[in-house]
Design a protein around this ligand. Sequence first.
Ligand code: HEM
Length: 622
Amino acid sequence: MPDLWVCASTCVLGALLLLVLGRAVNRERRTVALPAPPGLPLLGHSLTLRAWAPLSWFRSSGGGSGDQRLLAALLRWSEQYDGAFQLRTGWLGRLLLGDPRVVVVLSDPPAAHALLALGEDAAVKPRRYYASLDRVLHPAAAPSSATAGSSPQWLLLRRSLLHAFSISELRQDFEVAKVKALSLARVITDLGPGVVLDVDDAALRFSLDVMGLSKLGYDFQAVEAQGEVLMLRLLEEVSAEWDARRRRLLSWLAPWISDAAAEGQTRCRILHHFIEKELWADIQARGPPPADDVTLAAQLARLRSPPSRGAPALPLQRTLSELATQLLLAHGPTGHCIAWALGCLAANRAAQDRLVAELKREGVFDDPLKLSYDILPKLSYLDCVVREALRLYPTMPFPATVRTLKKDVVLGGGGGAGGLTLAAGSEVWVDVFSMHRSPRLWRDPNRFIPDRWMAEVEAAAAASQRQPQGKQQQGSQPQDGEPPGDATAEATATAPRRYDGLCTVEPDPDAEGGAAAAQPPPPAAAAAVAAAEPPLCSPDAFMPFGSGPRSCLGQRLAVAEVKAALAVLLSFLVFEPSGEDDAGAGAGGGGEAGEVAQMGLGLFLRPVGGLHLLVAPRKRRT
Ligand code: HEM
């Protein structure tokens, strides 16, 4: 009898084991359809993903050549595997680093658009990146509108904040940016003729001030400050800390045994203190905001103390987390973008001269005060320059556009005619950098050629001219006159689906949040791949601000800021390479292997050690 029991239980256990193994193999099969480059036996690609120098286990080894090698490897594999492949992490990598089993890397434009268009029921921002961002930005790791999953509270917050980006707000913000840029130009001119300047530092000061003044009503005076700016330093250190934690082996253990990690925690605490006791205290001291004030500060104050009795107030910790996140996400990528653009223009003197000629033609050079938000559509070469700089150096490539799949999905485009089948649980990266540099999608992808955008820019300008007055931008942003904090249609909680650099093109209203949003754009880029020579420009393969319902909230402000900074600075100053940051032959975006500076990959794509240019006052009268 006991033998029978042993036999029966062995059979049951065996069957269970087979079931579990079968499911695992089945799941594996479904993802194995994607090719994978060779990796290490137990670690898979875990080290590659972190651009790691393996010996520095408890410290950040990030930045510089490791990151540049990672970007180069991803680009090489993207080309080899036609824009869709998988990286495996190995069980040791999963155990020590908490990596998911499979990471899928997409740079195929239709598949990437389709992924980012998926709703939260199918694809979410992975908590392992975003919770760690919350942790460095808030003591209780409270989520913000950028890091939380979609929920009624998220929707309320996002809708409310969108009012801060309406057209009339952007017009005012542009004026703030112009005045700050004039101030920056004066500060640089006062340094004397022919100085070597870290334009990355200067641009970060500018973008922090613009964000502070325009959206929070707080002047950090970073542009005018002689020495170090506390807030700027804290934000930099905190994003470095986030990056270090991402790379640290056994990161949960590190704070107890590593000085660097303990230091990082202290820096985070100083930032939390500053946000609560200085910034939020200042906003509160202003009292209830006037009805026509829809800045981020005013909207947060309203959400915190809603006027209608019974409406739930935004918890203090979410308010503080929101403030810190908005500051970080707004100033970092925008500042670095201005720096990369100046680097490209310095290395391409003909492009710089042509931009100055355009500013002269439109009267901006002689009278920079003439520069306004409404004159931007006439500055088409400026638009081309900004797009081209964002193409070569998309300042938020990882992990901004990463999603974890909640269910199996089929994405059109990638993986051949049948589309790409991806299994639930996969982490999917949209590799914007490889997409922007793919020789299959762009002719001369590593060269700075603003003119490649001219046809697209002119078509966008013509489309905006055709719009009846007052109808521009409907569907994506709240219109002027809408009451602050009002519950607008759900569709307004989504940002524009695709980049519209002139800030004046109306997105297709049907595409916003509706069924059409789930469709990938016309596969123009895919068709071009089939052609013998890649096109000079592939607009569908351009997504510096992401795509879909979680695309960048501040993209129009960012573009407006970059344009204001470039137009004003170039009216007063000449930029030339200093030779200090050359990262390869032909540096300056002009040569095949050339970059204007070494790229570092943390939260943002930044020039490692800054971007040093030779700056001289421009001759303004002949
Ligand atoms: C050149 C400058 C900028 C670049 C390249 C950039 C890029 C991005 C990218 C790639 C994303 C992720 C999109 C996705 O997940 O699909 C993002 C999200 C976001 N950005 Fe930006 N950004 C810039 C400037 C700004 C500015 C100025 C602000 C605010 C004032 C801002 C606020 C946000 C927010 C709140 C999100 C989260 C959106 C969400 O998850 O719903 N960004 N940005």
